[in-house]
Design a protein around this ligand. Structure first.
Ligand SMILES: C[S@@+](CC[C@H](N)C(=O)[O-])C[C@H]1O[C@@H](n2cnc3c(N)ncnc32)[C@H](O)[C@@H]1O
Length: 429
């Protein structure tokens, strides 16, 4: 068996875990890429493309399968529909894979996985698609064209003009840049660029950021010496806006109430330049261990991490912080380009539920801000309900806070992700 055949089988197993057993795509992919770290870059890239591409284009793939299959996707056996989706992705989107290879490998996999009796059906559907692809009427509705659930497209339509919605859907399907934040305490932007160049990596500064670099494609980023030594942190440029706009000054006390794995906190600690203190919190021991890993890797001496539920008041820090960062849990619709399964995981009801949790966390976080201090609210989503409306309601409830700036960043506006942040100032009192 060649590695590409093997990667198809592994991709099939991953997709079943994600689509049928509702496991998180990033966790499954990371497990596989760690387990098969010895494989060649090309094979790992094939696996990633096949899994992520199938997830991204699922709605469109189902449209084409239903156009040529007597049994609709919903009624097919889970293994068979996953195998068909993955194979149709190769036929429609992977120019480097001949249709015959996609079909023959699918038939072999069906037999190998105990579905010999359905291998003829798999063969028939894929051959029909390969032959008739140009005769099938292309989808017209945005949800099927760009592959999103219909409710989500309708929901975006309520908030943005139609052209904007199409742009958002398109941008979230574009390939992503790998963006990192240079750890300015350890090296300058130019020094890191130079070091990465010696490893064959091109690093281009990202507009609107002071230390963001977009890197050319790298297979195993975490193997780089510069990564191990903490010379950079992987963070989208839109997320960098939080610490860049928080007005953090040397000596400040910063509390980050939803901090794991530590992106905004470590950025704040870096801006403090060895002075002051960043007090990072998250809900579980595991999440806090992720923050600690980053504190250690980036060698930050002015940052601590602990378990604390952001909905519970910590009396010991009331009115003490110069800056409070509240990067709340959210629907993540701004990062659907990275996390391909979010679009099928999140429901309309989740958005409303999350907005209540966000308000609860924000109402608690405000208590830590000292007079004249700053409260920074952010999410990686693009729904008004979780963003502008939360801020609007918060300001109504809390006239002692004033909005200094807020910005909804749409996907690919700065870096890759859609992101929202609002900077509020507490009156001097
Ligand atoms: C958007 S992520 C934070 C990302 C982080 N700020 C960064 O830049 O790396 C939201 C975080 O909120 C945490 N969280 C959710 N509910 C929480 C709660 N009640 N108290 C504290 N943290 C919570 C989640 O565990 C998650 O790590």
């Amino acid at each position: 068996m060649t590695n590409t055949e093997n990667m198809r089988q592994i991709a099939l197993e991953s997709l079943i875990e994600i689509l049928e057993k509702k496991q998180y795509a990033n966790l499954i992919e990371n497990q596989v890429l760690t387990k098969y770290a010895y494989l060649e870059k090309r094979d790992r890239a094939f696996y990633t493309r096949l899994v992520e591409g199938t997830l991204e284009r699922l709605v469109t793939l189902d449209y084409y399968i239903n156009a040529v299959s007597k049994v609709p996707v919903k009624k097919q056996k889970p293994l068979i529909r996953t195998l068909l989706r993955m194979s149709v992705y190769q036929i429609l989107y992977m120019d480097s894979v001949p249709d015959s290879a996609a079909i023959n490998e699918a038939v072999k996999l069906a037999k190998k996985r105990g579905f010999a009796s359905l291998s003829g059906f798999v063969n028939g559907v894929l051959r029909n698609l390969s032959r008739q692809r140009d005769q099938i009427a292309p989808p017209k509705d945005l949800a099927t064209v760009y592959s999103y659930p219909q409710w989500m497209v309708s929901y975006f339509m309520e908030q943005y003009p139609a052209e904007k919605v199409e742009e958002i859907l398109h941008h979230l399907n574009l390939p992503q840049d790998l963006i990192v934040r240079v750890n300015l305490q350890m090296n300058t932007v130019e020094q890191l660029q130079k070091e990465l160049k010696t490893c064959g990596i091109t690093a281009v500064p990202v507009p609107e950021t002071s230390c963001g670099l977009a890197l050319s494609q790298i297979d195993r980023l975490t193997d780089l010496d510069a990564f191990v030594q903490g010379k950079f942190y992987v963070q989208d440029a839109s997320s960098m806006m939080v610490a860049e706009h928080a007005g953090i000054r040397e000596g400040d006390y910063v509390i980050d109430v939803c901090a794991a794995p530590g992106g905004k906190s470590t950025h704040a600690a870096q801006i403090l330049n060895g002075t002051g203190c960043v007090d990072s919190r998250d809900l579980t021991e595991y999440k806090v261990s992720l923050i600690e890993e980053n504190i250690n890797r980036l060698r930050l001496s002015n940052m601590t991490a602990k378990v604390w539920d952001a909905t519970v008041l910590d009396e010991s820090v009331v009115n003490r912080a110069d800056v409070v960062i509240c990067d709340a849990p959210c629907s993540g619709l701004g990062v659907m380009g990275k996390k391909k399964d979010i679009r099928y995981r999140v429901t309309r009801e989740d958005i409303t539920e999350l907005s209540h949790l966000q308000m609860k966390i924000l109402e608690n976080a405000k208590c830590y801000v000292k007079n004249g201090g700053t409260l920074l609210y952010s999410t990686c989503t693009i729904t008004r309900e979780e963003n502008e409306q939360v801020v609007e309601q918060f300001l109504k409830n809390n006239p002692d806070f004033t909005l200094e700036m807020q910005r909804q960043i749409l996907p690919h506006e700065i870096g890759n992700d859609g992101f929202f942040f609002a900077k509020m100032k507490k009156n001097q009192g």
